[in-house]
Write a protein that binds this ligand. Structure first.
Ligand SMILES: [Zn+2]
Length: 371
């Protein structure tokens, strides 16, 4: 009699516990929209910052990647060679812009497509040209800059993400484009009469040539620019889509990168590659405050390997990688996790109910026997 009382109590406690666990996960089950994570659990990331750092070194070893030069062309070949190994398809978009004497300067946007069997396209990209002048330096202001951070870092992080995502390609429900845009950094007198983001303008105006608009749609464009300098701190770039920016910043902060993704970032409008994609899809320019921020080497000869911080490459790469798993993985890891939680909880409630009914019957029998 005493032990059945204890059992009854235990059964009630277990039953309530099972119900409580179900009530906790219920909101999780029914709130699966794409802008809010359904849990703050993060998959482990594999982004290798050493690979990215070496990729910056490689770009700098080609020399100045100024449109119209042999060095520029050699770097394009190298980017393609890296993409062939980790994408389904590599596309080169050639165009030309008039040089100082009106002669054509040949430029190229390079696109690597992963998961071409998926219809929802996410673009991750960077500009790969480097600036022809160093107007913010105190010396040699008409000479080109190394562009380790401005150009090189975005290319390096995008390439390493391509390698990582290739290994996880079956875990994504999206097609991913790795886009390397040319002729971004020659505005403001870099090359006479060129504007900023010429490559992005050319690509976005002919984007219909690169996808099938009867079956494919775009999810967003994530641009990485100056993501590898020391004292990395991203700003609130005001042309960017706010929801997308909030989601990426939250992801970074959840990974512990509180300085890099501050709660009150500097706000500024930046004319960058993403502006030409804004009429087509939500865009985010992940960029530092190069005007007043702590990295002071913008458009100077000091934008070199010495002012790159491998940790900044890691923070950027891992944040984007984690963001992609959280929001744009097949959601299968989360959905599966949720499904198993539901099954577990329901069977828990079921088992506890059956056991309590059985115990109740036994107890009743015993009582009727007068024990
Ligand atoms: Zn620049």
């Amino acid at each position: 009699m005493k032990s059945s009382k204890h059992l009854k109590k235990l059964v009630i406690v277990l039953f309530l516990a099972a119900l409580a666990s179900l009530s906790i996960i219920a909101p999780v089950i029914f709130s699966d929209d794409s802008t809010h994570p359904i849990s703050s659990v993060h998959l482990p990331t594999e982004f290798n910052a050493t690979h990215a750092y070496e990729d910056i070194r490689t770009q700098l070893e080609f020399g100045y990647r100024v449109p119209g030069t042999i060095e520029h062309n050699a770097c394009a070949e190298w980017i393609r060679s890296q993409l062939y190994a980790v994408t389904d398809e590599v596309v080169t978009h050639q165009f030309s812009l008039p040089g100082p004497q009106g002669e054509p300067i040949y430029c190229q946007n390079i696109l690597g497509k992963l998961n071409t069997n998926k219809s929802n396209i996410i673009i991750i990209g960077a500009h790969w040209d480097s600036r022809a002048i160093a107007e913010k330096d105190t010396i040699n202001t008409t000479q080109p800059i190394p562009g380790a951070n401005d150009g090189g870092s975005g290319v390096a992080v995008t390439l390493e993400l391509a390698r990582v995502f290739y290994n996880h390609r079956e875990e994504f429900n999206s097609q991913i484009w790795f886009l390397f845009l040319d002729a971004e950094d020659q505005g403001g007198g870099g090359i006479a009469d060129w504007y900023w983001a010429e490559g992005a303008r050319e690509f976005s105006s002919t984007i219909h040539d690169f996808f099938d608009n009867s079956t494919e749609t775009f999810s967003f464009f994530l641009l990485l620019d100056m993501v590898g300098g020391h004292s990395l701190q991203f700003m609130d770039e005001l042309y960017s889509n706010n929801d997308l920016q909030q989601a990426v910043f939250s992801e970074g902060r959840e990974l512990g990168y509180l300085f890099q993704f501050p709660k009150n970032p500097t706000k500024r409008y930046i004319t960058d590659d993403h502006i030409y994609f804004r009429p087509i899809m939500p865009t985010l320019d992940l960029i530092i405050d190069f005007v007043e921020g702590p990295w002071t080497h913008h458009h100077t000869h000091e934008d070199n390997l010495d002012n790159i911080d491998i940790d900044s490459l890691k923070v950027t790469g891992r944040t984007v990688e984690s963001f992609m798993y959280t929001y744009h993985g097949k959601s299968n890891w989360k959905k599966n996790w949720t499904v198993w939680m539901i099954i577990g909880s329901i069977s828990g409630v079921g088992i506890v109910t059956i056991v309590s009914v059985l115990i109740g019957i036994r107890w009743k029998k015993k009582r009727s026997l007068g024990t």
